[in-house]
Ligand binder design. Structure first.
Ligand SMILES: [Fe+2]
Length: 287
């Protein structure tokens, strides 16, 4: 797998419409990556909004596709059931049941989970033994940690609580539904995996995706990579829809990352050049 991002587009069915879903694949250089995690495959899914917009087939396809890859690690960053879903109980457990990973499947809440009530998402995840990381951290492998925070606007998000039991020399992967964590995280050496924005869901000249996210969602980020100091953020466009139930020039997304060791800051050679090239080409600087 090259360090350059790759992608493939799938056209799925949303009723009589075509629903675009992009699978993105890229390498993720990490300092302090344990040797036995070198080359591990991380799959990131977010913003299912199950029960809304006629996307059941899309969500089922996505779960089966990710399962077929046999990933080492899976992150689910919230908005499991849309708060417009009026059914008695969405079969979320059935939807997520295919997802298994050697190092585990981990989840955090999104704002829609808080709006609908957290019980449905929590009971489905508990039944599948998928830990919900609500301001807490777990060690995945020797020195590699995953942490998660509650939703920033509708939950009680505490980065301090999330990291209280993680050692200072950790290598850290962070689940945060809301990408705005980047703006308040200080200079924490971590990679944040977020959703929430849906990439603005519809890309039209006005209002622009940036304006939609800033005004409607109070987010300075839209999609893809961002960076503030040593903190990196990936914003996944998500799987489902909310509000106006279509995507326009803004495909849904399954994000795949191959974990690779980053070159030491003072290292030379090909590895350092590749790391620098990836960071220069993919990250928007903020702050
Ligand atoms: Fe969402």
């Amino acid at each position: 797998m090259s360090f350059a991002p790759q992608s493939e587009l799938h056209l799925l069915k949303q009723g009589r419409r075509s629903y675009p879903l992009q699978v993105t694949r890229q390498q993720l250089p990490m300092h302090g990556l344990p040797e036995n995690c070198r080359g591990s495959l991380l799959a990131h899914l977010t913003d299912f909004h199950a029960g809304y917009g006629g996307t059941d087939g899309v969500l089922q396809w996505a779960a089966a596709f990710v399962a077929s890859l046999e990933p080492d690690l899976i992150f689910l960053t919230g908005d499991f059931i849309d708060d417009h879903y009026k059914g008695a109980g969405y079969p979320l457990q059935q939807l997520l049941a295919p997802l298994h990973a050697r190092m585990g499947v981990y989840a955090c809440y999104g704002n829609h989970d808080h709006r609908r009530g957290l019980a449905e998402a929590r009971s489905a995840l508990e039944a599948l033994s998928i830990p919900l990381l609500v301001n807490e951290a777990v060690e995945l492998a020797d020195g590699l940690w995953a942490a998660g925070v509650d939703d920033m606007y509708e939950g009680r998000c505490s980065l301090k609580d999330a990291l209280h039991n993680a050692p200072s020399d950790r290598t850290l992967l962070m689940l945060s539904h809301n990408p705005s964590l980047l703006d308040s995280a200080g200079e924490e050496d971590m990679v944040i995996f977020s959703g929430h924005t849906h990439g603005a869901q519809m890309h039209i000249p006005f209002p622009s995706p940036e304006l939609v996210c800033r005004v409607h969602l109070r987010c300075n980020q839209v999609e893809g990579w961002y960076r503030r100091g040593v903190t990196r953020l990936y914003v996944n466009r998500g799987l489902g829809v909310t509000g106006f139930p279509i995507r326009y020039h803004c495909p849904a997304e399954i994000a795949l990352f191959e974990l690779v060791p980053a070159a030491a800051p003072n290292a030379g050679g090909e590895a350092a050049a590749e790391n620098a090239a990836q960071e220069a080409s993919s990250c928007r600087q903020t702050g």
